[in-house]
Design a protein around this ligand. Structure first.
Ligand SMILES: CC(C)(COP(=O)(O)OP(=O)(O)OC[C@H]1O[C@@H](n2cnc3c(N)ncnc32)[C@H](O)[C@@H]1OP(=O)(O)O)[C@@H](O)C(=O)NCCC(=O)NCCS
Length: 166
């Protein structure tokens, strides 16, 4: 099991992940390949996003890849927080391939992402989840998350917020 940066090598695997994901909004959004003319065009846009261009803050993205070279999970590490990330997004966003859930991969990719945060120098890591996302809340608690106050948006949706000392 290892982390790999998005590159042309992962085009087919990434596309399979997206197919299996279905129509709902891709999480993390940095892995959404819809609307690009080609995979290289997606990679170029991702590179700009990672540098913090446009509306983005600098961030780094990884696939969690198993020994059979299948992508089992994805993670986006944001290097700092703006108001939206402080309230709702957090430093780290992740998802697990639909057919690979309930096998500990979310817990694993969050643990790996925390190591990367340490390398970047993020010592207090904010990780969030929707109120109803029990699997994600458990993933955060498995990695030492301490719950802070929740954020409630204008429509009443509740985001649970946890800090992890790193
Ligand atoms: C939420 C998500 C990341 C969990 O991934 P996962 O690989 O299944 O999680 P894990 O196997 O590491 O499980 C962590 C814990 O949550 C539990 N869990 C996972 N999914 C669950 C679910 N749907 N309902 C209840 N518990 C669940 C597991 O049993 C495990 O509990 P344990 O530690 O007590 O054994 C995955 O379902 C997913 O990708 N969902 C869509 C994207 C998303 O919600 N991302 C998170 C945004 S904050």
């Amino acid at each position: 099991m290892r982390l790999e940066r998005p590159s042309l090598e992962w085009e087919l695997e990434h596309k399979k992940y997206v197919e299996e994901w279905g129509p709902s909004r891709m999480v993390p959004s940095s892995f959404n390949i819809d609307g690009f003319d080609s995979y290289p065009a997606y990679l170029e846009a991702l590179a700009e996003r990672e540098k913090g261009n446009g509306k983005w803050l600098p961030n780094t993205n990884y696939f969690l890849v198993n020994d059979q070279n299948r992508i089992v999970a994805m993670v986006d590490i944001r290097h700092s927080l703006n108001e939206h990330l402080f309230n709702e997004g957090g430093h780290i966003g992740y998802s697990v391939r639909a057919v690979e859930r309930r096998k500990g991969y979310a817990t694993r990719i969050l643990a790996e992402a925390l190591k990367k945060c340490k390398d970047i120098g993020i010592s207090r890591v904010l990780v969030t989840c929707d109120e109803e996302n029990i699997g994600s809340a458990k993933t955060i608690l498995n990695n030492g998350g301490i719950e802070d106050r929740s954020f409630v948006d204008s429509e009443g949706s509740v985001t649970r917020r946890f800090w992890i000392e790193n």
